[in-house]
Write a protein that binds this ligand. Structure first.
Ligand SMILES: *Cc1c(COP(=O)(O)O)cnc(C)c1O
Ligand SMILES: [Zn+2]
Length: 417
């Protein structure tokens, strides 16, 4: 008799409280009723181990759904079918500049369709929203989540409401309104926007991708970590440098490594050190790590050009701090000037134009390599999570004035010599 498992749609056993381990049904729930802990998706790993192999994954189409058994849907995905599987670039010239011999850049500046890693989490969240019968989706965003929710909702024919701080970059705003979403600017910080969204979620039948669908949404970030391991030739890196906003991506990269290790897809030669990168003007998780605590002191008034990371009170902050500490990694807080220099360095060495969040990653890597926290010969992956064309404002002052000449060879020769 044939085992039904290779075609089994769902390997999710429940939602489970991260604090008290109580189980909940697979619905639009995100906090534990007993202890207010966050809910996390729990899987039937023995069944996944029987159904999935490296070879099976490698045969599938190059998108994040090649890892579908480890993603939280109960039916085939319907949104974001082409997201993910971005390049892992061997960054030789950046490595030379930073004094490191085995650097890689995981390049989600070219993730489909909206050029940031948020296309991963939104693909999962909107597929889940449809599965649960929602017809309207919404989000609180620092910019990239707004872009991705609006674009994917348009393609899926879902209603879409997006709430953002009023002072985001022009590219992030236009990159949301263009898709026809209802976009509302809030006079306040991201934390104010997020609080308002939690209130709205209690009153309206909307799927807020990062509020009531947060447990499912967050799982999408694991695909970034799965790809890193597969693209390294089914190996775990010695170090990963991850930009942090809520801290979710970092914790999920950690979970992706644990899952592939548990399933025997990678041989972990020693533990991967997770290093967290934040801006100096809003670095509550990095600050806690450097002070040796897991408890987060919220930043009331974030001030940084890295607006996509400007979350003063990060939802997954304590878990990210704990994951960094348990891995043996560390953290860094990068000034706005260092962010801009790092953006230019990555562009001029690797031909990759990243947004401010990527500048935070590269700036942190530079510091951690210089300090010896990342030794020069240990395989290291730098997480570039967004696209530079969306955050041009902080670079405007550095743009050179172009020489303009007549279309004549003499003028060209005069200029060049
Ligand atoms: C949202 C975002 C992050 C960090 O996300 P968290 O999972 O909330 O920590 C990193 N980089 C970019 C470009 C982002 O938009
Ligand atoms: Zn609980």
């Amino acid at each position: 008799m044939l085992s039904p498992e290779p075609n089994r749609a769902s390997f999710v056993s429940s939602l489970r409280c991260r604090e008290c381990q109580r189980d909940y049904p697979k619905e639009a729930l995100h906090v534990c009723e007993f202890c207010f802990g966050p809910l996390e998706v729990a899987y039937d790993y023995p069944a996944i181990a029987r159904a999935l192999s490296r070879e099976a994954i490698a045969r599938r189409a190059p998108n994040l759904w090649r890892y579908r058994e480890l993603l939280p849907l109960d039916a085939p995905p319907t949104v974001g079918l082409d997201a993910g599987f971005t390049p892992l670039v061997r960054a030789r010239r950046l490595g030379e500049a930073l004094g490191h011999r085995e650097l890689y850049v995981k390049n989600d500046a070219v993730c489909h369709p909206t050029l940031s890693f948020k296309d991963r989490v939104v693909s999962v969240a909107l597929s889940k929203a449809r599965e649960l019968g929602f017809t309207t989706v919404a989000c609180a965003s620092t910019g990239n989540l707004a872009n991705s929710t609006a674009a994917n909702a348009a393609q899926a024919g879902l209603g879409c409401y997006v709430l953002i701080p009023h002072d985001l970059e022009a590219g992030k705003v236009l990159g949301t309104t263009i898709y026809g979403a209802r976009v509302i600017g809030i006079r306040g910080t991201y934390d104010d926007v997020n609080r308002l969204c939690s209130e709205i979620a209690g009153r309206r039948p909307w799927a807020f991708v990062n509020v009531n669908l947060r447990p499912y949404y967050a799982e999408g970030s694991k695909s970034y970590g799965f790809e890193i391991q597969e693209q390294l030739g089914w190996r775990t890196p010695a170090h990963v440098v991850v930009p942090m906003a809520s801290g979710s991506l970092l914790t999920k990269i950690g979970k992706s490594i644990e899952e592939f290790t548990k399933l025997g897809f990678v041989e972990a030669k020693g533990r991967t050190k997770l290093h967290g990168a934040q801006a100096a003007g809003c670095g509550p998780i990095a600050e806690a790590v450097l002070a040796g605590r897991d408890a987060i002191r919220p930043v009331k008034k974030p001030e940084t050009i890295a607006k996509s990371l400007a979350i003063g009170n990060p939802a997954d902050g304590p878990y990210a701090a704990q994951a960094i500490r348990a891995s043996g990694g560390t953290a860094a807080q990068i000034s706005d000037e260092e962010i801009v220099e790092a953006i230019e360095l990555l562009a001029s060495t690797e031909g990759i134009f990243t947004e401010t969040a990527g500048g935070v990653t590269i700036g942190a890597a530079r510091r951690l390599i210089a300090s010896g926290a990342i030794p020069a010969d240990e395989p290291t992956v730098l997480c570039v999570t967004g696209q530079g064309l969306k955050t041009q404002e902080p670079l405007a002052a550095r743009a050179p004035t172009l020489p303009i000449i007549a279309p004549r060879i003499e003028e060209f020769e005069a200029l060049i010599s």
